[in-house]
Every structure is written in structure tokens, then in C-alpha cells.
Design a protein around this ligand. Structure first.
Ligand code: HEC
Ligand code: HEC
Ligand code: HEC
Length: 137
């Protein structure tokens, strides 16, 4: 059966877009993306919101080596003993968040932005943010 000749182009385009969306949604749970890291070794106990470190945001701006070799960040969520004394002293996040390379440590809420009680973990990759995240247990 042949569709009316005025429509097929548009229909095909729409179908392709829908197929792409379905594919994207279907792929999301399987993506091995390093998502944002929540760091909460000390924050909750200190009455601060846990820290969200947007890994992808940083990875597209710096080579892995900058942080994981030169600055000494361990490859493990929560695997570094980070505190504000060290940050203000220019270690860890403070190597860049010093008001020169990036905004400074006075901007508490930009880093301490997780919901209270969120555990140290890797979560919410960029892709997960584009579609509903699967419920994790
Ligand atoms: C550039 C990011 C960043 C900024 C800005 C920042 N922090 Fe932190 N902060 C961290 C990280 C990372 C940790 C370690 C989190 C953990 O393990 O719970 C931390 C830990 C802490 C802790 C617990 C450890 C300690 O040092 O006592 C407190 C309290 C704290 N921050 C307060 C603050 C306050 C107050 C401000 C603003 C004046 C601030 N932070 C700004 C990243 C930041
Ligand atoms: C701007 C600094 C920075 C850059 C650049 C960076 N990372 Fe990270 N990475 C971190 C921080 C901070 C953590 C979390 C450490 C913590 O929680 O104490 C982390 C955590 C990790 C983890 C552990 C995640 C887990 O499952 O526990 C891996 C793996 C990792 N990074 C790989 C990479 C790779 C690969 C690159 C380059 C493509 C890269 N990182 C670039 C800062 C960076
Ligand atoms: C190698 C340098 C470097 C290190 C180390 C680093 N940052 Fe950043 N960060 C940046 C730069 C550059 C920006 C962008 C600043 C801007 O937009 O003005 C940024 C932006 C951010 C943002 C805002 C992201 C957004 O969506 O705008 C957060 C939150 C953040 N950093 C948290 C952290 C935390 C927490 C740590 C330590 C665990 C850390 N950063 C370590 C360089 C760094």
C-alpha cells in the first residue's frame, strides 16, 4: 500500500527521530559512563550538604593525568581524604578552585550541593540526566 504522496518525507523523518530516541533511552542503563561523584566522607557529620563532583564536566576540560597523577586523586569515589583545610591550602579541588583557574572555595553551595544523607557513590551520568534514572538499590 502506497501512502499519500504529500506525507511520506515528513513521516519518515519523524519515525527516524522517534527511533533514535527509543534507541537512546534503551541504551542509557547500559552506558558505562563515569557519572557525577558524590563525596560524603565527612560532610554529613559536619552538618554540610555532601559534595557533588561533576566528573564529566571536568573530564572534558582536563586530561585524566592532571587530577589522577599530578594532583593525586585516587581512582575511587570517596577514596581521598579531602577536607577544607587541604582545599584552601591548594590541594585536591583547591588546586583549581582558588579564584584563578576556577571560582574559589568561598562558593560553598556550588560544591556542597547534594541532598543531605546522600552516600558516597558514582551516580547521575550526563546521559542519566537526559532520561529518568533507573531506581537503584
Ligand atoms: C571546590 C569545592 C568545594 C567548595 C567550594 C567548598 N567545599 Fe567543603 N568540601 C569539599 C570536599 C570535596 C569535601 C570533602 C567531602 C567529604 O568527604 O564529605 C569538603 C568537606 C567539607 C567539610 C567537612 C570536612 C572539614 O574540612 O571539616 C566542611 C565542614 C566543609 N567542607 C565546609 C565548607 C564550607 C563552609 C565552604 C564554603 C566556605 C566549603 N566547604 C566550600 C569541597 C568544597
Ligand atoms: C578535574 C579532576 C579530574 C579529572 C580531569 C578526571 N578525574 Fe576521575 N575523578 C576525579 C575525582 C575528584 C574523583 C572522585 C574521587 C573521590 O571521590 O575522592 C574521580 C574518580 C574517578 C574514578 C573512580 C570512580 C569510581 O567508580 O569510584 C575513575 C575510574 C576515574 N575518576 C577515571 C577518570 C578518567 C579515566 C579520567 C580521564 C578521562 C578522569 N578520571 C579525569 C577527578 C578527576
Ligand atoms: C584541574 C582543575 C580542577 C580541579 C582539580 C577541580 N575543578 Fe571543579 N572546576 C574546574 C573548572 C575550570 C571549572 C569551571 C569553572 C567555571 O565555569 O568558571 C570547574 C567547575 C566546577 C563545578 C561547577 C560545574 C558546573 O556545572 O558549572 C563544580 C561543582 C566543581 N567544579 C566541583 C569540584 C570539586 C568538588 C572538586 C574536587 C573534588 C573540583 N571541582 C576539582 C576545575 C577544577
Amino acid at each position: 500500500m502506497t501512502p499519500p504522496s504529500s506525507l511520506p518525507r515528513r513521516r519518515t523523518g519523524l519515525a527516524a527521530v522517534l527511533a533514535a530516541l527509543v534507541l537512546l533511552a534503551g541504551m542509557t542503563p547500559a552506558q558505562a559512563e563515569y557519572g557525577d561523584v558524590v563525596i560524603n566522607n565527612y560532610s554529613d557529620a559536619a552538618g554540610m550538604r555532601p559534595v557533588i563532583f561533576p566528573h564529566w564536566f571536568h573530564r572534558v576540560r582536563f586530561r585524566c593525568k592532571v587530577c589522577h597523577a599530578d594532583l593525586g586523586f585516587q581512582f575511587k569515589a570517596g577514596g581521598n581524604q579531602i577536607n577544607m583545610l587541604k582545599i584552601i591550602d591548594g590541594q585536591f579541588c583547591g588546586a583549581c578552585h582558588n579564584g584563578e583557574i576556577a571560582w574559589s572555595a568561598e562558593n560553598c553551595n556550588l560544591c556542597h550541593s547534594a541532598k543531605p544523607g546522600t552516600l558516597t557513590q558514582v551516580h547521575e551520568s550526563t546521559l542519566q540526566k537526559l532520561s529518568p534514572a533507573p531506581v537503584k538499590k
